[in-house]
Design a protein around this ligand. Structure first.
Ligand SMILES: CC(C)(COP(=O)(O)OP(=O)(O)OC[C@H]1O[C@@H](n2cnc3c(N)ncnc32)[C@H](O)[C@@H]1OP(=O)(O)O)[C@@H](O)C(=O)NCCC(=O)NCCS
Length: 154
């Protein structure tokens, strides 16, 4: 706020542009053991650009979400990550909320995602939003870890 010396670092969620993908890839590498290659990020961006959204603070990209709509009208969250220095500031929550709002507008009734059983921060976030664990996906990840499939019904 001007005059008080207090600056609110506002989070802005927008659709990504192709030129943002390098920053997204940088965050992807910081956040995941087996990051998606940049070509795969580009593939998702090109097949459904509306589902590729970024979070910015002071014009710096600090997080992103990728989602698609599958043939059976199910929304699918493919990836979500927030830069480690910007976590616990509701950025993940805002990114998913933006995806849900958009999918709701398209009359999508179900959103699914997969998450490692050990990923407590993400599971807590998804449950806070209203996702439910519906099944265990045995050895879903490359390193043999199980996943949960989680579903959100709009
Ligand atoms: C999961 C992730 C996206 C959360 O992003 P974030 O912006 O830090 O999360 P938020 O601030 O929106 O958190 C919202 C809620 O989620 C839960 N949560 C988030 N981080 C948590 C943590 N480290 N431990 C426990 N609960 C956590 C809390 O309930 C939190 O609410 P609270 O802060 O009021 O307690 C982030 O930790 C991340 O990028 N992790 C690495 C990548 C990843 O695992 N992505 C998900 C793949 S399925």
């Amino acid at each position: 706020m001007i005059g008080t010396g207090i600056f609110e670092n506002k989070v802005l969620i927008t659709r990504a542009k192709e030129e943002d993908l390098d920053s997204v890839y940088y965050i992807e590498k910081l956040c995941f053991k087996n990051p998606y290659p940049i070509q795969l990020l580009l593939f998702y961006y090109r097949i459904f650009p509306e589902g590729f959204r970024i979070a910015r603070i002071d014009n710096k990209i600090v997080g992103y979400i990728i989602f698609i709509i599958e043939k059976n009208d199910i929304g699918h969250i493919i990836s979500l990550a927030v830069h480690p220095n910007y976590r616990r500031r509701k950025i993940g929550y805002k990114l998913i909320s933006s995806a849900i709002k958009f999918l709701k507008m398209l009359d999508i009734k179900t959103i699914k995602l997969e998450v490692r059983v050990s990923n407590i921060p993400a599971i807590n976030l998804y449950e806070k939003i209203g996702f439910k664990k519906i099944r265990i996906l045995k050895k879903y990840y490359k390193d043999g870890e199980d996943g949960y499939q989680m579903i959100y019904r709009l």
